[in-house]
Design a protein around this ligand. Structure first.
Ligand SMILES: *Cc1c(COP(=O)(O)O)cnc(C)c1O
Length: 338
């Protein structure tokens, strides 16, 4: 079935980002593919990264793990661990995050299988505390993780978390140790250990200024439903927030905030057609956006435009994080990898 909105996804950019992060970290890079691979489509992303040599994948929940049955055993971990209602899957490791989860795993029929463990080193989100590490005795820990709270900025907590993680590494024996997310990779190789766990930067997000080599992976595109003439002085869109300064041609395209093209792009974003910039005018609606088509006199109904979606720039302009911009991309896009 025809879809009037699409995500153009670039295989070579995803691959380049993956290899760049491997090189930069100096160790093995896995991939956080939770939340449908940050909105890009988890099945395709996992297959493409697998082909690039990625052997460690992270989702948040067992339900997400169930969509990845094609991964061979041992490649996938579930970051939220083993809750009271979860049923583990063979070949998938829980990342146990609390003494209660450790006890649940030990009491299960899976207890002799390898698991991962998350320790808290200062973020106070998921993970076992320093004083709780004794409960890990008897587990076969495949990978011991912690997670950085402030890796995307210069912050004293980074060094504190690194020091604590080093201490834990000497106290708890595990097959591998892993601390860094995308931004953490750029803190330096001290933070890399045996495995890094990027998400954002794989998908074209720029986690910190040093990550300028990261390539954009994803471009939203939408088809023009209607071109119309607007007379000087009349308003455009909800609440008539834009008033035409002159007679002009506008293009109404098939995308809106329900697709993750956020309302914050109202009178701020723009689309590109044939190298011409077409600014968004007025409010972004649920399913529609109006563009000033003045710069592209050749535009026709049915033509496709690319929405400008430089994540770093868009985040700066809108105050919406790069993570939210990506993970908000909705279900109505046809996702096409080229
Ligand atoms: C989501 C997540 C990551 C990836 O983080 P990015 O900032 O997207 O690179 C890594 N580790 C854990 C535990 C996560 O939850």
């Amino acid at each position: 079935m025809h879809s009037p909105l699409a995500l153009r996804l670039c295989k070579s950019a995803l691959a380049a980002n993956y290899h760049h992060l491997c090189t930069r970290s100096g160790t093995v890079a896995g991939a956080a593919i939770k939340a449908d691979a940050y909105g890009l489509g988890v099945q395709a992303v996992a297959r493409l990264l697998l082909a690039e040599g990625c052997r460690d994948f992270f989702v948040s929940t067992w339900r997400e793990a169930a969509e990845l049955g094609f991964l061979e055993p041992g490649l996938l971990s579930v970051l939220h661990g083993l809750g009271p209602d979860d049923e583990p899957r063979s070949g998938v490791r829980p990342v146990l995050v609390s003494p209660a989860q450790v006890a649940r795993w030990k009491a299960s029929s899976w207890a002799s299988e390898p698991c991962d463990v998350m320790v808290d080193t200062g973020m106070n989100r998921l993970g076992l505390g320093f004083a709780e590490l004794d409960c890990l005795d008897g587990l076969t820990i495949h990978t011991l993780h912690s997670h950085l709270a402030c890796a995307d900025e210069t912050h004293p907590l980074n060094q504190i978390q690194l020091n604590r993680f080093c201490e834990i590494r000497t106290a708890v024996s595990a097959g591998r140790y892993s601390l860094a997310n995308s931004a953490g990779i750029y803190l330096g190789r001290d933070y890399a250990f045996d495995l890094v766990r990027p998400g954002l930067a794989l998908y074209g997000g720029i986690p910190c200024p040093a990550a300028s080599e990261i390539e954009q992976v994803c471009t939203p595109r939408a088809q023009i439903i209607q071109l119309r003439r607007v007379e000087a002085g009349s308003g455009v869109g909800y609440n008539a927030t834009f008033t035409a300064p002159r007679d002009m041609t506008v293009a109404i395209i098939n995308i809106g905030y329900a697709d993750g093209y956020r309302r914050a792009f109202s009178s701020l974003g723009y689309a590109v057609f044939d190298a011409a910039d077409l600014p968004v005018i007025g409010r972004v609606s649920m399913d529609l956006v109006t563009l000033d088509a003045s710069a592209a006199p050749g535009l026709r109904e049915g033509d496709w435009v690319d929405l400008e979606f430089d994540l770093q720039q868009a985040a700066l302009q809108t105050g919406i994080s790069q993570y939210e911009l990506l993970t908000g991309l909705g279900r109505r896009f046809q996702r096409t990898w080229i």
